[in-house]
Design a protein around this ligand. Sequence first.
Ligand code: TXA
Ligand code: MG
Length: 318
Amino acid sequence: MIRAATPEAIADAARSLRRGELVAFPTETVYGLAAIATDAAAVAAIFAAKQRPAFDPLIVHVDSLARARQVVRHLDGAALRLAERYWPGPLTLVLPKTDGIADLVTAGLPTVGVRLPAHPVARALIAAADAPLAAPSANPFGYVSPTTAAHVAAQLGATVPLILDGGACAVGLESTIVSFAGDRPTLLRSGAITLEALEALLGPLRLATDAPLPNAPGQLPRHYAPRTPLALIDAVSDVTAGARGSAALLACGPVEDAEGFAHVERLSDDGDLLIAATRLFAALRTLDAGGFSRVYAVRVPERGIGRAIMDRLRRASA
Ligand code: TXA
Ligand code: MG
């Protein structure tokens, strides 16, 4: 059931969580599917609801630095600098975990991903539950992440008793993930906190693409994927007239010479990539429902949030 995220609904949701039930809730990135991170049985129910393989670790959400310190063994140095600069916000830090966090949460890894979200409903829910919340994106494993309560209901409505509606997500892409598990900070997933911003604070980061981590399945080549085949193109002129009739075009900004496509989806009027990012996943869902033979997506420059957009488009096309 979808409920508007009133204080009363949030209090009910917190009670559900404490009983071991799952609750879907809004964050500024995407909607999450929560269980209390120390409740192993409830965490197991997340994996079942999402049909998520047990080797894929979950992110733990907190509402304060103090609660983060209950989840990770230490938060200092470069990790603390990032936390102080970007929390609350769309940034996840991977750090050594404490014993209370269920092993299933971290897929048996000695580290845990922790994030302090900015969305007021997310923070109110964690505070009301008075516990760290393990929460992956609230979508079936491998599919596009939900950016509205209706997206969650469409795919998980039958298995998730309560979906808190906090409106459309302001960021629209999953959080940036930086790991402090190795000797050097490593970017595991790009997001709205850009590589450029991270490097301005920390100096050069290692990129997971340089040395793929088998234990970070968010890094699986095919992920965030719609069912309709998606092809990346450099320019609209790459698509022949003959290939256009049954296909859709997806672009982040204005496009020229886009005649002949069955549908044209423009994610922003003027090419603003922050706006395009907020609309990307909803657009992929809409296009997926449109019955097109193929979606052609125009590449964007891999700078700033363009890197995160291209990461999701590349996985959708794999
Ligand atoms: O924006 C977000 O991060 C959203 C919202 C709900 O907060 N959550 C999210 O969770 O995107 P999920 O489960 O879809 O992505 C979690 C990914 C894993 O697939 C893995 O790549 C990485 O986070 N991860 C989590 N814990 C990790 C760990 N200990 N070591 C390495 N990677 C980890
Ligand atoms: Mg996910």
